[in-house]
Design a protein around this ligand. Structure first.
Ligand SMILES: Nc1ncnc2c1ncn2[C@@H]1O[C@H](COP(=O)(O)OP(=O)(O)OP(=O)(O)O)[C@@H](O)[C@H]1O
Length: 457
């Protein structure tokens, strides 16, 4: 660090807007822009010139980094000046779960960032229900390390519904206890719904977009204060692609927002949404770090061995007190792809079962692939198409069995359970029946409860 040059500058009222990084480098006669870091606070700015990019070599994440401290935080990386990059999983002062969004273009390091959060949750006794919408390929080591894991959009929507149900259950239970908020582990654990590749669920034309956006908003509103939080990782070019900017605006302003390498449209949107002060600019994160722009002489051979270190994991923690300071995630696993699960990542999760119980999402496997469309339900919410409508001769689902049992007329819950258990398929418990009936009610397949009877709509 001895070779770091530091220039302290006075800034005009309102600070310096729109830093021209290239002009600054020219002025300092530095040809690698990633060595020059500009940071400003009220009234002053510091320009530091490093001998090499200070974020070039990160150390691996450790279990100690990823174990939540008494203030509900974990350490996931470091700022360019060596201070820790912390993110909050819980706020002990308010008892609130968090809303977290990790954005970045493809290959920016979202999944590895998420793996560190998932491992931290397991290490810290936090229950995770995960949707990995890249066919389970995004965070494969999460298998067996989270309470619930789904890989389809249909699974994701059911998972979100269960989370909202859980938040409602907690709200009622805490109200009855005369409690105003959530107390960690008493009686319920902190819980997160995590959606990786959330853009697939929320982009225009996605089959469950409106309902997913509604449920995420609902979790942001009610889940937080009862210990049920939501974490999204997304490749978002624009917030409109994320269920409409309204869905995420509140979440982004109050939650934890990490921005990895971005697209220019995304940046413009973040500024127009007030997440970054107008005129404030972030030093761009180049795809390749340490690249020097220079013209090769006529007879000079290209250096084929030139190493091209990538900027994966470099980020800004936009909702922290240092939104414009560049930081980087620690190394999470190996850079090169592994033939199977990465043993380094598995070791971060630790061996043994994950906290919490899996959600009961269905008693039958999801039909292959996801089903587009779905007519709006009576509630006005677009429905998840009922399995009865969409499954060709495939596995019989509990939804099919319930609608078949009700085809002859309304039944009490006990009679419905008996009818379903008498149809020759797998025996089910009352809890599973109730959950599925409430799903079908939301989808407008079953009508509202009336006179203790369950009735087809
Ligand atoms: N923290 C990290 N530690 C080690 N390697 C990393 C880290 N972040 C990113 N990488 C490397 O970059 C690659 C891409 O990262 P990752 O899969 O997390 O990106 P992504 O943003 O999720 O991409 P996509 O949107 O295409 O899924 C990884 O396979 C790995 O080689």
């Amino acid at each position: 660090m001895a070779a770091v040059k530091e220039y302290v500058l006075k800034t005009p009222p309102g600070g310096v807007k729109n830093i021209d990084q290239e002009a600054l480098c020219d002025l300092l006669k530095i040809d690698d822009p990633s060595r020059v870091i500009f940071e400003q606070a009220r009234g002053e700015a510091v320009v530091r010139v490093f001998p090499t990019n200070p974020l070039m070599h990160m150390r691996p994440a450790t279990v100690a980094d990823l174990t939540m401290d008494a203030r509900g935080r974990i350490v996931v990386g470091a700022y360019y000046d060596g201070s820790p990059l912390r993110i909050r999983l819980f706020d002990p002062k308010t008892g609130n779960a968090q809303r977290m969004a990790i954005f970045g273009t493809t290959g920016a390091g979202k999944s590895r960032a998420l793996q560190s959060v998932l491992a931290a949750c397991k290490r810290s006794g936090i229950v995770v229900h995960l949707a990995d919408l890249k066919e389970g390929q995004s965070v494969p080591e999460a298998v067996g390390n989270v309470a619930t894991r789904v890989t389809t959009q249909k699974g994701a929507i059911r998972l979100l519904r269960r989370l909202v149900d859980e938040a409602e259950r907690r709200m009622k239970a805490y109200g009855e206890m005369g409690r105003s908020g959530f107390i960690l582990g008493d009686p319920d654990p902190l819980m997160y719904g995590v959606i990786d590749e959330a853009n697939r669920l929320l982009e225009k034309g996605a089959p469950y977009r409106d309902e997913a956006a509604g449920l995420i908003k609902e979790l942001g509103r009610t889940g937080r204060s009862v210990g049920v939080g939501i974490i999204l990782a997304a490749q978002a070019g624009h917030l409109e692609e994320m269920g409409g900017s309204d869905t995420l605006r509140g979440m982004l302003k109050e939650g934890e927002v990490i921005l990895l390498r971005w697209s220019s449209a995304m940046m413009a949107q973040l500024v127009s949404d007030g997440l970054l002060p107008r005129g404030e600019s972030l030093q761009p994160i180049p795809k390749v770090v340490g690249q020097v722009r220079r013209i090769r002489r006529w007879n000079e051979a290209a250096d084929e061995d030139e190493d091209e270190p990538n900027s994966q994991g470099m980020c800004y923690h936009l909702t922290s007190s240092r939104p414009t300071s560049m930081a980087r995630f620690f190394l999470v696993g190996s850079i090169a792809p592994c033939r199977g699960h990465d043993p380094v990542i598995l070791a971060l999760y630790g061996y043994g079962p994950p906290p919490g119980k899996p959600f009961d999402l269905d008693d039958a496997p999801d039909p292959e692939g996801d089903v587009p469309g779905g007519a709006p339900a009576a509630s006005g919410r677009p429905s998840v198409p009922t399995t009865a409508e969409v499954i060709p001769p495939g596995p019989v689902t509990l939804a099919d069995r319930i609608t078949a049992a009700l085809a002859g007329g309304p039944l009490t819950e006990a009679d419905l359970l008996a009818a379903v258990n008498a149809d020759g398929h797998k025996q089910i418990k009352r809890g599973s029946l109730r959950t599925r009936v409430s799903d079908l009610r939301r989808d407008g397949v079953i009508g509202p409860p009336s006179g203790g009877l369950v009735t087809l709509a």
